[in-house]
Write a protein that binds this ligand. Sequence first.
Ligand code: NAP
Length: 245
Amino acid sequence: MLEFQAVKDFLNNKTILVTGAGDGIGRAAALEYAKYGATVILLGRTVKKLEAVYDQIVESGAPMPAIIPLDLKGATEQNYIDMAETIEQQFGHLDGVLHNASLLGALGPFEHLDVSSMEDIMKINVTAPAMMTKALLPVLRKAPSASIIFTSSGVGRKGRAYWGPYAISKFATEGMMEVLADECDGTSVIVNTINPGATRTEMRAKAYPAEDPMSLKTAQEIMPTYLYLMSDDAKSVNGQKLSAQ
Ligand code: NAP
């Protein structure tokens, strides 16, 4: 686990967008970023969950967040262009993006691979963050320094039997990070991946139904790496595959 000592208000005046901010790791990251002073843009598909995170942030006295309700499955390139324009109008620039939302899909042998489900997984896990990043790059470049985090997985670094399209999508995520990090090398934008490792969330419970969730780290416990990559300490960290545990 990375030893990053976050100091009070170190994210003051930064605006950070988090996808899948209504639950699990995305929710924890949104709350942590807000706690350290960031204005957080909460993006997700279930408005009720986003509103609960919004309320929690407001009650804590952190900067007023914003909500973008968007289902990555149906979102078009125009949705992301409009979103980038709104962010630029409201905030002037964007300091960070955490691409966290993902679809696990069904696990099983390759012979049982469901092509329509694979297309959904690739859309949500790969094409959507690619389109979103393409639209947001100009507004990220307007920040003094900006950080893009893509979320990987252990099965995005070493393939494993029965993990099918999800694992394939996470390898694509690592590839996307490498391509973009190389393009951004020497600029104000850094691009990296985080593998959260086994974390107590709905997705983990779906993948490992027999596991005792209490044996796992909570999403809040794995936050130091997520905070570090949004900090000025990470300004020259680019193209790296980090692990949160
Ligand atoms: P989670 O608890 O299932 O949360 C995923 C979040 O993504 C939810 O807020 C969900 O929204 C949102 N989301 C899913 N599909 C979406 C869509 N089509 N449009 C918009 N939002 C969507 O998962 P998690 O465990 O926190 O996982 C977060 C990230 O870590 C994922 O990228 C996952 O692959 C990765 N990861 C997790 C683990 C682990 O052990 N938990 C391990 C390795 C990697 P709803 O709440 O509306 O469903």
